[in-house]
Design a protein around this ligand. Structure first.
Ligand SMILES: *Cc1c(COP(=O)(O)O)cnc(C)c1O
Length: 465
């Protein structure tokens, strides 16, 4: 493809995306395809001769759009939001065009240094404590990877530096609340600890936040049994209900027993852009690592997780491997950052560009307005639910997520309600279990969601119930 051909098709592709965004409100939020429907529309083998992409846009309209869940739809309230935005897409396009391989400073100085500065900008935006400022951040593909990296660094530390050479020798434990994300268990498995190393700590029944006394008891019991407490993962905004674990008390326990504290704020961390939500950072100065996902609520397309470590040497000591073919003067000078030592893969792409585009385009004020809009819409929805006796709100909802259910009805009735509203294609919600009961979740976060979408969704729920 020549630059001229690229120009022509590129304009058409941008036009296609712009048109897609324009018509999103008219599309059903989730396609109604059955398993195999999409694959059946595609030829079984690649074309022998290049076909110049003729008809590709028609194929996208006919095959991909009907077979896609529209995450950017204003009535997509499922899971957590996975925002993207114009500036994010453009930053990604430029990054793809540059095609930089930024595994080390020497292979992409701008890729490395823009990333370092963007992570400092983000730390500033969120008001993170000093210990995470000044080159302590890195982009990971996901919060799951951030937790995995924290697990490895914690194991290295808990083993007195032996893990890197000897692997896992002896017994180590990882602690998180019963509401902690599934990626914590997966990280323990991949790290070679297995599920049996993960302690599920009890939560307070009303806030659903970790009980520090229960954490202390579990750590003490492990130590008495000869198990080394390696890592505590506290959550700011649990996936199920956005519960906030009490960091000051958890951090104090981690300090006392010398346990690595990783804080997972994958979704809710973005809220700290607004001063009125900075309380979520209380106690973060006791953490060893912290992560949140700009790809959830911060207008930045997947994949982009921001991870900070108080002492990056904890990562490089655990993870750096230097083969001869990567040796270079810049690395040896000790004056540059090589992000390959801060992650599992060697290679990395120029993901900081989309953050740069997003932060420049929206500015701090634009980002705050986006977060505040989402929170206000969720509060509007919660108030409507509360005003109807047939329903109840089942958990605190400080951010953009509301968990609710039909009061006094069994799980089957709530499940049926969810299925029937989603079947209309006019909105998409998901569910979770809270205190053993089936509940519906409505998570606001798409920048295009307006009052009308919230009100229409609530009306649909009321009429269906
Ligand atoms: C969404 C979520 C994750 C996983 O996020 P990925 O970036 O998709 O790996 C981890 N922890 C919490 C609390 C989450 O809400």
């Amino acid at each position: 493809m020549t630059p001229d051909e690229f120009r022509e098709l590129g304009h058409a592709a941008v036009e296609w995306v712009a048109r897609y965004w324009e018509r999103l409100p008219e599309l059903p939020v989730a396609g109604s395809v059955r398993p195999g429907d999409v694959a059946a529309e595609l030829p079984g083998a690649p074309p022998d001769k290049g076909d110049r992409l003729e008809g590709i846009f028609t194929d996208l309209d006919d095959v991909v759009v009907p077979g896609t869940t529209h995450w950017q739809h204003p009535a997509h309230f499922a899971y957590f939001p996975a925002n993207t935005s114009g500036p994010s897409v453009l930053g990604d396009l430029i990054g793809a065009g540059l095609g930089t391989q930024g595994m080390m400073w020497a292979t992409g100085p701008a890729c490395t240094e823009v990333e370092t500065v963007m992570l400092d900008w983000l730390a500033d935006l969120l008001g993170l404590p000093e210990r995470f400022r000044g080159g302590k951040g890195v982009i990971q593909d996901s919060a799951s990877s951030a937790t995995f990296i924290a697990t490895l660094a914690a194991l290295h530390r808990a083993s007195g530096g032996a893990w890197r050479t000897d692997g896992v020798r002896g017994s180590f434990a990882v602690y998180t609340s019963s509401q902690g994300h599934s990626s914590i268990e997966k990280a323990a498995r991949v790290a070679g600890l297995g599920d049996k190393a993960v302690r599920s700590i009890e939560v307070d029944p009303s806030s659903l936040a970790m009980r520090p006394e229960a954490l202390r008891a579990a750590i003490e019991a492990d130590r008495a049994a000869g198990v080394v407490p390696a890592l505590v993962v506290a959550t700011i905004g649990t996936t199920s209900t956005t519960a906030v674990d009490p960091l000051p008390a958890i951090g104090a326990i981690c300090r006392e027993f010398g346990v690595w504290l990783h804080v997972d704020a994958a979704y809710a961390g973005a809220a700290a852009a607004c001063p009125e939500f900075r309380w979520i950072n209380d106690g973060l100065d006791l953490a060893d690592s912290y992560c949140f996902d700009p790809h959830k609520w911060l207008l930045t397309g997947f994949d982009c997780d921001a991870l900070w470590v108080a002492d990056p040497a904890d990562l490089t000591r655990a993870l750096s491997v230097l083969p001869e073919f990567l040796r270079n003067a810049a690395s040896e000078s000790g004056t540059v950052v090589d992000y390959r030592d801060w992650q599992v893969p060697l290679g990395r792409r120029f993901r900081a560009l989309k953050l740069w585009f997003v932060l420049r385009w929206y500015g701090v004020e634009g980002i705050r307005a986006h977060i505040r809009d989402g929170v206000a819409l969720a509060q509007r929805f919660a108030a409507a639910v509360r005003a109807d006796d047939r329903f109840e709100v089942v958990a605190p909802h400080p951010f953009g997520l509301v968990c609710f259910r039909l009061r006094g009805e069994d799980d089957a009735a709530n499940e049926t309600l969810l299925r029937r509203i989603n079947e209309t294609g006019r909105c998409l919600l998901t569910h979770t279990k809270v205190r053993g009961q089936y509940v519906l979740r409505l998570a606001v976060g798409a920048p295009s969601t307006r009052t009308d979408h919230i009100d229409a969704t609530w009306k649909l729920i009321q009429e269906t119930a």
